[in-house]
Design a protein. Sequence first.
Length: 255
Amino acid sequence: MTTLLATFLLLVSIILADLVTINTLERVKNFSSEWWMTQMMPELKTKRLGDIIIPGTHDSGSWSITKNFFIIKESTVILLASILGLNDLIASWYRRHSGDFTDQLTAGFRYLDLNVASLHSGLLVWSHQISGKAIPQGLLQIQRFARKHRTEIIVLHFTHIIAGPSDSNKKLKSNVVDFKIRLADIIFKTFGKFLIPTDIGENPKISEIYKTKRNILAMFKGDPFYPKTYPDYFWRADINVNVSFDKENHIATDS
């Protein structure tokens, strides 16, 4: 009888192991980088935000850099190369991604490292040493993705916010506060109903984030001004977020 029971239990364990293997293989087969958080929800919902590794891109907005750029951070090399008519080459140096925000998010990246600068005209642009395109188009790409993928959590990290090109810093010092307020308002108006509230704690469970029915976490590095403008929705950059990316690699996310 004992032998029969042991044999039965062994058979059950083999069948269950096969079922687990089949289920795992099926999940791998149907895996989508576009929906990876949604597909992994059973595992993720019990974890805290700081417990998971979030794939991210560095200088995420640099995809928008073209040869028609302005110099944001003073550089003799860039200036000389520009004078020599090598703008295409310079743009390729600083354009870390060939895919825009839609491409990056669809590829599975959930952390975007965002640098913003203001030009002489007051136009707000993406930047990485030199200027890229105006920010509204990119912000709307992120908004559209967030609206369609409500269970995919996106971290927007505004790491470098520059009030103007290097040769206009003195002129713009008196307008810095206006620039900051305008940028904060644009971000809030674009993402308002998607922004994860700060009152759920600095290291919330993923399930708690899902309960808010919001999926964009906007945080700001260094400058305490931004979290103070919309304290209920703008996070400080010292919260616990683990990101996996190699800033030295140019990540091509287009097909």
